[in-house]
Design a protein around this ligand. Structure first.
Ligand SMILES: Cc1ncc(C[n+]2csc(CCOP(=O)(O)OP(=O)(O)O)c2C)c(N)n1
Ligand SMILES: [Mg+2]
Length: 181
């Protein structure tokens, strides 16, 4: 079916596609499992995207996890490994913070603030970048793909947003539970 006719048939206003910055593409002919959720639900993508999703997940790190293994930046540089480290930096041990917050307990032990991972990487002799504008990503990715080597890219994210797994584990905060009593 033609694109505009398909949108009409599905009841999707054509302006919505542009407003959400979506690019129309051909319907997939083949799908692969990219990830199986905690609920057993399989998330399907076209095979190349499923592979990229799995690779992307294995290379992403939390800021706390990187700090626990930060000395490996030296190993990565010395062995000239080809690794891009993408830090999802919420300035905290988020896994602990969200549990403490949900139980209404003091959070300060789990929050350490936003470390300057770009400077830390440079201290180990690797290129480091604090990515502040997502529009820079295509250029950065193209440069990295062309040059290879290793780099640390630091993305600041909010510690107020929970991952789906954490949301499922703590559907209601202690404060909300108390308010209901
Ligand atoms: C060596 C070690 N110490 C402690 C833990 C417990 N632990 C599990 S997740 C986590 C927090 C990780 O924080 P971060 O990497 O910043 O990820 P976030 O949850 O904030 O996305 C900690 C401390 C662990 N897994 N390994
Ligand atoms: Mg964190």
């Amino acid at each position: 079916m033609e694109h505009a006719a398909l949108l009409t048939a599905l009841g999707i206003p054509s302006g919505l596609i542009a407003a959400r910055h979506l690019t129309p593409c051909a319907e997939a002919r083949e799908l692969a499992v990219a990830e199986t959720g905690d609920d057993g639900k399989e998330h399907l993508m076209i095979p190349i995207a499923a592979e990229a999703w799995k690779r992307m997940k294995s290379a992403a790190a939390g800021d706390g996890s990187l700090m626990m293994h930060v000395q490996e930046l030296e190993t990565i540089r010395r062995h000239r490994l080809n690794i891009l480290i993408v830090v999802m930096n919420d300035g905290a041990y988020g896994s602990e913070l969200h549990k403490l917050r949900a139980e209404g307990m003091p959070e300060d032990g789990s929050v350490f603030g936003y470390c300057d991972f770009a400077a830390i990487a440079r201290g180990f002799g690797l290129p480091g970048k604090t990515v502040k504008n997502l529009d820079d990503l295509p250029k950065l990715a193209a440069e990295f793909a062309a040059n290879g080597g290793a780099a640390v890219w630091d993305f600041h994210v909010s510690a107020r947003v929970l991952s789906p797994t954490m949301r499922r584990a703590h559907p209601q905060s202690a404060k909300e539970r108390a308010a209901e009593r």
